[in-house]
Design a protein around this ligand. Structure first.
Ligand SMILES: NC(=O)c1ccc[n+]([C@@H]2O[C@H](COP(=O)([O-])OP(=O)(O)OC[C@H]3O[C@@H](n4cnc5c(N)ncnc54)[C@H](OP(=O)(O)O)[C@@H]3O)[C@@H](O)[C@H]2O)c1
Length: 319
């Protein structure tokens, strides 16, 4: 079978699409034919080994898993003899941030909380695109107690996290302002934003509007710049550590002093996030945003594009 492989950490130049043996499922594993996967920001961290802390998780000197990929949508083709909950031909999708070796024609998985069946009306591309960003977006809102009279600002609503987050908070009937680039203003309005700032032309931190929550889903701003926009009791959450890795310290100390705080969004378990995402897809309340699609042979180009930080929503690899 064909698989996207890298044997060392590095740029997309280290990726090779090679013929390797198809994996054989153990008794407690499932063999899946992968139809679609995404190249997401977690994949980029797994490819490059950056931030360096990733080396402690993925393999210190070189990655333990040589096949890339953290998410998948596909069909079950074989089950180990201990598998009771999945059947051949079943359509399934799943995610694990430390890697599933899913950027390949086939993969094996030990089913735990990392795999669910795909809702009937959802295709493989939509299923793959609904995982990584939405998993982190869930964390943003479930670390907070959002009420319907609250006002929310999402900085960077065009990322995989931001575009899922915008749709999730709109299910809570709140007022949402969002930032994006010029070309995506209509998209962000169509996802439910009540006010849209074009970040290439205006700086939302210069406005007078006040918010109860500021979700910096691209990590391009800071608590310091946003603090004056927060109401009393307001909360700032970022997808990044901040330019001086300050968000961890701010999350420890801001709850002790003052009336505005930072929360650090340590992700929830997949046993909470994946069923929530699936439920919202079944209800038609979450439609993942899909940008470009690439074949497996051009996966290095997909990584280049995602690493540029310019994707809108999710980038698909069709296999
Ligand atoms: N904490 C975690 O565990 C975790 C996990 C995954 C990802 N992340 C981080 O979360 C961030 C978001 O990831 P993602 O996949 O959702 O999206 P992404 O690829 O980082 O976001 C791309 C989008 O953000 C827009 N953008 C860039 N600069 C902006 C700015 N100053 N203001 C508003 N929008 C801006 C881009 O617009 P343009 O096209 O105009 O540039 C593009 O549409 C990344 O920094 C990633 O490293 C963290």
């Amino acid at each position: 079978m064909k698989a996207a492989i890298r044997r060392s950490y590095g740029s997309p130049d280290v990726i090779r699409v090679e013929e390797i043996n198809q994996p054989i499922p153990e008794d407690d594993e499932i063999l899946i034919r992968v139809h679609a996967t995404t190249v997401n920001r977690t994949d980029c961290a797994n490819l490059t080994g950056k931030p360096f802390i990733m080396h402690f998780v993925l393999g210190f000197f070189r990655p333990r898993k040589v096949v890339l990929g953290t998410d998948f949508a596909g069909e079950v083709v074989e089950t180990g003899k201990n598998i009771k909950d999945f059947k051949v031909n079943q359509r399934v999708f799943g995610f694990t941030d430390t890697g599933l070796e899913s950027q390949a024609e086939y993969m094996v998985i030990k089913p735990k909380d990392n795999i669910l069946s795909i809702p009937n009306h959802i295709n493989y591309q939509q299923a793959a695109a609904s995982l990584e960003g939405a998993h982190y977006a869930y964390t943003f809102i479930h670390k907070t107690d959002i009420q319907s009279d609250h006002r929310i600002l999402i900085n960077g609503a065009t990322g995989a996290i931001g575009s899922a987050l915008l749709q999730f908070v709109k299910t809570l009937n709140v007022y949402v302002a969002a930032t994006c680039n010029t070309k995506n203003m209509e998209l962000i309005r169509s996802l439910g934003a009540d006010k849209v700032y074009d970040y290439t032309k205006e700086d939302f931190t210069m406005d007078d509007d006040k918010y109860d929550f500021i979700f910096d889903s691209v990590g391009k701003s800071t608590f310091g710049k946003c603090k004056h926009l927060l109401n009393k009791g307001g909360i700032y959450i970022s997808s990044e550590l901040g330019p001086y890795s300050q968000n961890i310290f701010l999350a420890l100390f801001t709850p002790l002093f003052g009336d505005k705080k930072v929360i650090f969004p340590v992700p929830y378990s997949l046993s909470k996030t994946l069923p929530y995402i699936k439920l919202l897809m079944e209800r038609g309340e979450f439609k993942p945003v899909i940008d470009r699609e690439y074949p497996l042979n051009a996966i290095d180009e997909a990584y280049q594009y995602v690493l540029s930080g310019q994707k809108t929503g999710n980038v698909i690899i069709n296999i």
